[in-house]
Design a protein around this ligand. Structure first.
Ligand SMILES: [Zn+2]
Length: 410
């Protein structure tokens, strides 16, 4: 079982029913929030939903409630007033052998193809966005906005020149690395520690080429030394598409206050994550880990190969495990602790929302995109203006994209 699968299981388990006390909103607050949100452009910067596009039984136009594999589909996007976001080409990198690099190359291209196939199959409801202005136009046309991003640049190791092909095919946001170090950069979470002390020479070349093409760089999952390299190297601002605050929970995936300030000073944006294992210490035992592995074996497929029917069985199996071997669950309160702290450190011009849906995100009391007006209700309760809320729901992110594309323009 890969690290990826285990971490997904940790966080999927976090979406089980809530037992602790949690923040509540009145019906009027939620109605006002939903009305406002429908007016605004609402984008999530990290949707792992393309991981479902190839699954047997998945159709983005259908509702997939009560399934461990799905938090985003068209009915729930409509219900939660989510206009769209960045749909990720995620690759679970192999052992970094030449054969693994070729496998990652093909996996990335296939995922890109699946995103384009989804768009081609749903021309009346989804549309590809390439520029910042495209998002508002697509919303006006009554469709959902699909920007393409890449999480982990491992598909580019075999042939970095593929980046210009990806750009031509729609890629607008690129992260260098994921859970483990690769040829481009050090990960924040590789147990072996630093390999490059930041970006490798190939990583620096990749970042420079992305800047030349106008692709926004995403620092999420990379080590703090990579952050420091980007601050030094980047002529344009960059983002963290799904990260939280180290001051609230000291996890290597989270950013400390000094770097948050540097990010804001450089014009960048942090999109706050709802991945439970980065928000709190879930206190997961070895027994629980083993039980999850046994559950996956019982269901009988690798995570990437699960059908939607198996996703229902997985949800039930995890709920059963919650009874036998409970975990601490991250809640909206935990999320808002990070959100409020980051807003306090950098201000609403440098904060956004990237909740890691379909990639392990979600909270005990907010399990899918249908409940997103709770975020807007919280922002209204805290006194943020409509303009500031619009910036947080996508304006800030699109500003960074505008700067990247302007810098690239001849
Ligand atoms: Zn991620």
């Amino acid at each position: 079982m890969t690290v990826r699968v285990l971490s997904l299981l940790v966080s999927l388990a976090l979406t089980a029913p809530l037992s602790a006390q949690a923040i509540e909103f009145s019906a009027q607050e939620l109605a006002r929030a939903a009305t406002l949100q429908k007016k605004l452009l609402t984008l999530d910067s990290h949707l792992d939903t393309p991981a479902n596009f190839h699954r047997e039984g998945f159709d983005i136009a259908q509702r997939h409630d009560h399934n461990a594999l799905s938090q985003v589909d068209l009915p729930r996007m409509q219900e939660g007033a989510l206009d769209g976001g960045f749909f990720a080409i995620y690759t679970d990198q192999g052992d970094r052998s030449p054969a693994a690099h070729r496998h990652d190359r093909d996996a990335g291209l296939l995922r890109l193809m699946e995103i384009r196939e989804m768009l081609a199959a749903h021309p009346d409801t989804f549309a590809l966005a390439l520029t910042p202005a495209d998002a508002a136009r697509i919303k006006r046309e009554g469709k959902r906005v699909v920007y393409i991003s890449m999480e982990n640049a491992s598909p580019l190791v075999d042939d970095p020149s593929l980046l210009s092909f990806y750009h031509a095919a729609g890629l607008r946001l690129l992260s260098t690395v994921h859970f483990a170090n690769n040829e481009f950069a050090d990960s924040a979470t590789d147990a072996k520690g630093a390999e490059w002390k930041g970006l490798s020479p190939a990583g620096k070349a990749l970042v420079d080429e992305a800047v030349r093409l106008g692709i926004v760089i995403d620092q999420s999952h990379a080590s703090d030394a990579v952050f420091d390299d980007l601050i030094q190297r980047m002529p344009v601002p960059f983002v963290l598409s799904h990260s939280s605050a180290k001051a609230i929970y000291n996890h290597p995936r989270n950013l400390d206050d000094a770097r948050l300030k540097q990010l804001a000073k450089a014009g960048g944006v942090i999109q706050v994550n709802a991945y439970g294992g980065y928000l709190i210490d879930t206190g997961k035992s070895d027994a629980r880990k083993q039980a999850e592995e046994a559950l996956m074996k019982k269901i009988g497929a690798g995570y990437d190969d699960l059908s939607m029917a198996q996703g229902v069985a997985l949800k039930q199996g995890l709920a059963d495990l919650d009874q036998q071997l409970p975990l601490r669950k991250a809640t909206l309160d935990d999320f808002f602790a990070h959100f409020e702290h980051i807003l306090g450190v950098v201000g609403p011009e440098h904060v956004g929302i990237g909740l890691d849906w379909d990639g392990g995100g979600g909270l005990a009391d907010l399990q899918d995109v249908s409940a997103l007006p709770k975020f807007t209700a919280w922002l209204l309760r805290k006194g943020y203006s409509e303009k500031q809320i619009a910036d947080i729901w996508g304006g800030n992110l699109l500003r960074v994209m505008q700067q990247a594309q302007r810098h690239a323009a001849p």
